[in-house]
Ligand binder design. Structure first.
Ligand SMILES: Cc1cc2nc3c(=O)[nH]c(=O)nc-3n(C[C@H](O)[C@H](O)[C@H](O)COP(=O)(O)O)c2cc1C
Length: 358
């Protein structure tokens, strides 16, 4: 690993052999967090904080990084934290720990989960061991996808990732009305882009995060793009791009849950991360497209498209094959997301003073 921290490269250069096998328990657990922070998150906000004590890791939602406009109900915030939790569990199991996850031990608050890690313990829900090495290789792929279909055997691997009661994975290629479904989703995405980009508060929020460099664009470019996004309604152009991306993919997929509470959203994040890592293992590309769930009236329409009644759509994405992305998105360093003081482990409730915590 290089001496200087570069958010776009250093976090991804993690090597298994650097696990401090002879170190203190907390040192080992902190190493596992280096896998957790490689998780995907909406707008790459990385809305998580961790505290390590003895054999326990506490994961909190960092609400200073909540997308108040795009993600008004904090669904994506909790899905993102779920993705980080899943990476942590996969890494912990790889290094021989059994995990016991307690969700929202203080009720639905910023403390999302307490993960107890027992060295050489027996794991109740073992993860597919191939997922571990995909953590630093996974990438959101924003490119045009090849039209070639996903073979049944690969679809079966993706289905196996959604193995919890009360959660469903719905890919369009298995629906009897596939063509009609794709057309309806495309229409919703086009409407979603038009609604969001006509809203100056949405553009300001998106511009702010682009200006923070979250997508890995060089500083000057990020600032120019921030200004353009903030002051120009590029909704039509965005809708055309998104429509091309969407329709190029052989599969559009949704994850749905029977219950719409915080714990379900965190679990959706865990399931999605397993799907994304499995897809990476199979040479597939994945791209969440969230606008249709960010606008309440469109979300209601999405729920009517699901092949099962009374479910809550939680996450929508496309799947297929594409040229790999060249660069990773940046990550905040472990130091930036670690809560240090013992007292804060018990009392952290998320920041309340604006958006950026660093
Ligand atoms: C809950 C959630 C929602 C997301 N929504 C979108 C989206 O609507 N459009 C998009 O291009 N990417 C979306 N993403 C992908 C993020 O932008 C991506 O994870 C982040 O930029 C980090 O990049 P990486 O996944 O390549 O590591 C979403 C990711 C998550 C976890």
């Amino acid at each position: 690993m290089s001496d200087r921290y570069d958010p776009k490269t250093t976090p991804w250069e993690i090597e298994e052999k650097d696990f401090p096998a002879k170190g203190e328990s907390e040192e080992k657990l902190r190493f596992l967090l280096r896998y957790a922070i490689l998780a995907p998150s909406s707008h790459n906000t990385q809305p998580w904080k961790f505290a390590v004590r003895d054999n326990e890791i506490r994961i909190s939602a960092d609400k200073t990084r909540w997308l108040k406009v795009a993600d008004a109900d904090q669904r994506e915030l909790h899905i993102s934290v779920g993705c980080a939790l899943e990476n942590l569990v996969i890494a912990a199991q790889h290094f021989g720990y059994a995990d016991q996850v307690e969700y929202f031990p203080q009720g639905e608050d910023s403390l999302v989960a307490v993960v107890k890690l027992i060295p050489e313990g027996k794991t109740e829900r073992p993860r597919d061991p191939v997922l571990f090495e995909e953590i630093p290789r996974r990438h959101t792929n924003h490119k045009i996808y090849d039209a070639r279909p996903i073979p049944e055997a690969q679809m079966a691997r993706l289905h196996a990732c959604c193995d919890e009661e009360g959660f469903w994975f719905f890919p369009t290629n298995e629906a009897p009305n596939e063509a009609e479904l794709r057309r309806r989703v495309d229409e919703l995405i086009t409407r979603g882009d038009a609604i969001q980009f006509a809203d100056p508060t949405y553009r300001e929020e998106l511009g702010y995060w682009i200006g923070q460099g979250v997508f890995g664009t060089p500083w000057l470019m990020a600032k120019i793009t921030q200004l353009a996004v903030t002051y120009l309604n590029v909704g039509k152009r965005q809708a055309k791009n998104d429509s091309e991306l969407l329709l190029s993919a052989p599969v559009l997929a949704a994850l749905g849950s029977a219950v719409d509470d915080r714990k379900s959203q965190v679990k959706v994040g865990q399931i999605f991360e397993r799907i994304a890592l499995t897809a990476t293992h199979l040479g597939m590309a994945v791209h969440p497209m969230s606008q249709i769930l960010e606008i309440p009236e469109l979300k209601t329409e999405v729920s009517t498209l699901l092949p099962k009644e009374n479910l809550f759509p939680q996450h929508t994405f496309r799947l297929g094959y594409a040229e790999p992305e060249k660069e990773h998105t940046p990550r905040r360093s472990l130091e930036q997301v670690l809560l240090r003081e013992a007292a804060s482990i018990r009392t952290y409730k998320g920041g309340q003073h604006g958006r950026a915590s660093d």
